[in-house]
Design a binder for this molecule. Structure first.
Ligand code: SF4
Length: 425
């Protein structure tokens, strides 16, 4: 979501002829987009912000902007006091404060023209009016904010309540992105499966997927993140029946212990998650499943952690994003549940799951050895072309051909837990 927000602001600025600098020393405007999902992300954001102070001192005309979840939606008086060298603050997904400040700095003659262009850019929402080339895989937010309020999560507080975007706008932005080079769209929402529920008369995600798949030139559609309670059979079937929708589902479990799940306020049990995975695998042939897990949530005993370990071992999930619990301001768990698992123990549990996944995913990936996989190439990395299979596995290929944006069959010649290598078939 932050990448999508950054791109939106960058495109809005490019539309107004404000172009990227090569180096922070040369920039007239520096924007830091921030994540506070864990304390370490927040510390890193603050460290970067502090490192910009010498640049501001050397060049008082430099505009420094702070956006994203560090700012949030609830005002920034405390931040203004703490970081007086920041000129402008913007909530997540909201480039308007930057455009307004830059407009104020235009001379009288240009101010009106600027205001008109800025209004046009804001109307275009995710900045797709630009003629700039889009990347092969584009993020397209369809639901902003979240109203679920899991006990540990700061996102509802920082990104506001759930708001679906109109399908009319999403479809028109998607078409423009594809016209300008995108081959794959990744639809984003904190609970993406809830798309449309808050807009009476609006289509739901299964229909949106079908409508998007009619766009000529669009090859692949993905969506994330799902929530186990909102992943309906209708949605699973839409994935199975719409060839452009890739067979990869990101559906976080967060914990495999019922007590912990209850304390997290997730709204489902270990068994319900197992049943869901079975349903998804039964209905979408060859699907891959991704999950998120937090270890060391308050009250997570050794036995509770073992339940999570066992769930991951039994389900043989294709990709697990692991995190150690970190209390976030104004969340239910920070206020009411003591952070009672030591950092050493959190790390031990994290490593145990990491080691398990390494073995499991290594074994899963081995079955691709010698197979042909259609790979959409997105970029090159250290002299090799880098792309993804339909199930979202990273593949590296050495080739003198320009593979950028091409989907090619690749024969897999090497597999590891985190990537595959191959040669063009
Ligand atoms: S559903 Fe996701 S974004 Fe919403 S509160 Fe829970 S973890 Fe946070």
């Amino acid at each position: 979501m932050n990448v999508a927000d950054s791109n939106r602001l960058a495109r809005a600025l490019e539309n107004l002829n404000i172009l990227p600098a090569n180096d922070p020393d040369e920039a007239g405007l520096i924007v830091l987009n921030t994540c506070v999902v864990r304390q370490s992300a927040e510390d890193r954001a603050i460290g970067r912000l502090n490192s910009l102070l010498p640049l501001k001192k050397a060049n008082p005309d430099l505009i420094i902007g702070l956006m994203g979840c560090l700012v949030g939606i609830k005002g920034n008086a405390a931040l203004e006091k703490r970081f007086p060298w920041v000129d402008v603050f913007a909530a997540p997904s909201d480039p308007e404060p930057f455009l307004r400040l830059l407009g104020e700095r235009q001379d009288q003659l240009n101010a009106e023209a600027w205001r008109r262009s800025a209004d046009e850019v804001l109307d275009a929402e995710f900045g797709v009016t630009t003629d700039a080339q889009h990347t092969i895989s584009e993020n397209l937010p369809i639901v902003l904010g979240c109203s679920h309020a899991c006990a540990y999560c700061v996102i509802p507080n920082r990104r506001g309540k759930e708001r679906s975007r109109e399908s009319r706008k999403i479809l028109s932005e998607a078409s423009v992105m594809v016209e300008h080079g995108a081959k794959e769209l990744v639809l984003l929402g904190q609970i993406v499966d809830r798309y449309g529920l808050d807009l009476p008369g609006e289509m739901r995600l299964p229909q949106l997927l079908r409508e998007l798949s009619k766009i000529e030139g669009l090859e692949r559609i993905r969506f994330l993140t799902s929530h186990p309670n909102w992943m309906t059979d209708e949605l699973i079937d839409a994935v199975a029946q719409t060839p452009k929708v890739m067979p990869h589902i990101e559906v976080p479990v967060q914990a495999g212990d019922d007590e912990v799940l209850r304390a997290m306020r997730r709204g489902y049990s270990n068994q319900q998650y197992r049943d869901l995975v079975e349903r998804i695998r039964g209905r979408i042939p060859g699907v891959s499943i991704g999950t998120d897990i937090i270890v060391g949530f308050p009250g997570e005993s050794e036995a509770a952690f073992e339940n999570t370990y066992q769930l991951l071992k039994d389900l043989r999930i294709d990709v697990a994003h692991l995190a150690r619990y970190s209390p976030r301001p104004s969340t239910y768990s920070m206020k009411f549940l003591p952070d009672d698992v030591s950092e050493e123990e959190k790390m031990r549990r994290f490593r145990a799951l990491e080691d398990l996944q390494k073995v499991v995913v290594g074994e899963i990936n081995q079955k691709f050895l010698g197979q042909l996989q259609p790979v959409l190439f997105e970029n090159s990395f250290r002299g090799k072309w880098r792309g993804r299979t339909p199930t979202n596995r990273l593949v590296f290929v050495e080739s003198d051909e320009n593979l950028y944006g091409q989907t090619r069959d690749v024969k897999i010649t090497w597999t590891g837990p985190w990537s595959l290598q191959g040669e063009l078939a």
